[in-house]
Design a protein around this ligand. Structure first.
Ligand SMILES: Nc1ncnc2c1ncn2[C@@H]1O[C@H](COP(=O)(O)OP(=O)(O)O)[C@@H](O)[C@H]1O
Ligand code: SF4
Ligand SMILES: [Mg+2]
Length: 324
């Protein structure tokens, strides 16, 4: 349903992201995981047409048979409103502080559905109940500052799913929230994506969370997708040397698909930190931090396909089916 080919996002001469390929089939949940600054948000926002104004897109993002790269702002807004829902990282900055929350969701419905006034109000109340906001009718008239951060995020989730989109894009939807409500919100998003059969692109810096929520996982480093595999395989049998390091540095990853308590920790990886965009070495971008680097790694590694749609972009990957 969504297929990316060589999506490049640049600001001036600086290329922030180059995603060679990524597919999200209908109804499937795909996660992006990586350290802070690796390009997850730029990728997620670009798919939803919400990239920073100064950013330029090249390459191809096909969504439901339509090319999104190159659409006018107006056309992109229509696609997003009706077919792609976006849940932001920080709910406190995403809502309009001067407008009551009910009418904000109603406005999204007015723009993106054929519903009339009365039906819109009823649908907002139904959505508020669906995202389990208490007392929907009273909450309708509250301003954002009169409700909690978790409730604000529920309002934004209601807004994102209001027009029953085919794809939900969620960029670290719980990172800014109080730790006590993080898992409730994650469960809600997971439950809604199942109930409404929405495909999802879910971004997080916590591998355990992505694994619990998603069917497939893409690992991002330095603005590149370096490995892609079914969620269970990534943690059990990482193949890219960056993924391997990521898992080695984060022991105690719980087994199974129970949503783990979020630690709030950033991934810490052996030796050094992610360089700023534009400061990566040529060839494999992980080269200056990789214990397995050789002269070959000075050339950009090709994508090597594995089992079940998995692939890895590394000259010296962990052997397939090798020791976990
Ligand atoms: N508007 C912008 N102009 C220039 N660089 C940017 C802009 N937005 C983000 N970046 C840079 O792009 C890289 C990826 O950022 P981002 O996608 O926010 O990472 P993540 O979400 O994985 O933490 C970072 O190096 C960041 O500094
Ligand atoms: S391509 Fe080379 S430098 Fe990059 S992760 Fe693989 S082994 Fe390490
Ligand atoms: Mg981000």
């Amino acid at each position: 349903m969504l297929a990316i080919r060589d999506l490049r996002v640049s600001v001036g001469a600086l290329e922030l992201v180059h995603i060679e390929r990524l597919e999200i089939p209908e109804g499937r949940r795909v996660g992006l995981v990586g350290e802070s600054g690796s390009g997850k948000s730029i990728t997620a926002m670009s798919i939803a047409g919400l990239q920073p104004r100064e950013a330029r897109l090249a390459g191809s993002v096909r969504f439901a048979g339509r090319e999104l790269v190159g659409l006018s702002d107006g056309d992109m807004a229509r696609v997003r409103g009706a077919r792609i829902g976006f849940i932001p990282q920080d709910p406190t900055r995403a809502l309009n502080p001067t407008t009551r929350v009910g009418p904000q969701v109603a406005e999204a419905l007015r723009l993106n559905t054929p519903l009339g006034r009365g039906a819109i109000r009823a649908r907002v109340l139904e959505l508020f109940a669906q995202v389990r906001l208490p007392e929907p009718a009273a909450l309708y008239h509250r301003y954002p500052h009169q409700i909690s951060g978790g409730q604000q995020q529920r309002v934004l989730i209601a807004m994102a799913i209001a027009a029953r989109p085919a794809l939900l894009v969620a960029d670290e939807p719980t990172t800014a929230l109080d730790v006590t409500v993080q898992n409730e919100i994650l469960r809600l998003i997971l439950e809604l994506s199942r109930a409404e059969r929405m495909a999802m692109l879910f971004v997080s810096h916590e591998l355990g969370v992505v694994r619990a929520v998603c069917d497939d996982i893409g690992v991002v480093y330095g603005g590149r997708l370096v490995e892609f595999a079914p969620a269970g395989a990534i943690a059990a049998r990482p193949r890219h040397r960056y993924t391997e390091a990521l898992i080695g540095a984060n022991p105690g990853l719980p087994a199974g698909d129970e949503i783990p308590r979020q630690s709030g920790r950033r991934f810490t990886v052996i030796d050094g930190s992610v360089p700023a965009a534009g400061r990566f070495p040529a060839g494999c971008r992980f080269r200056n931090r990789c214990r397995h680097a050789t002269a070959a790694c000075e050339t950009d590694p090709p994508i090597a396909p594995g089992e079940a749609g998995a692939w890895v972009k590394c000259w010296h990957p962990v052997a397939a089916g090798g020791p976990p």
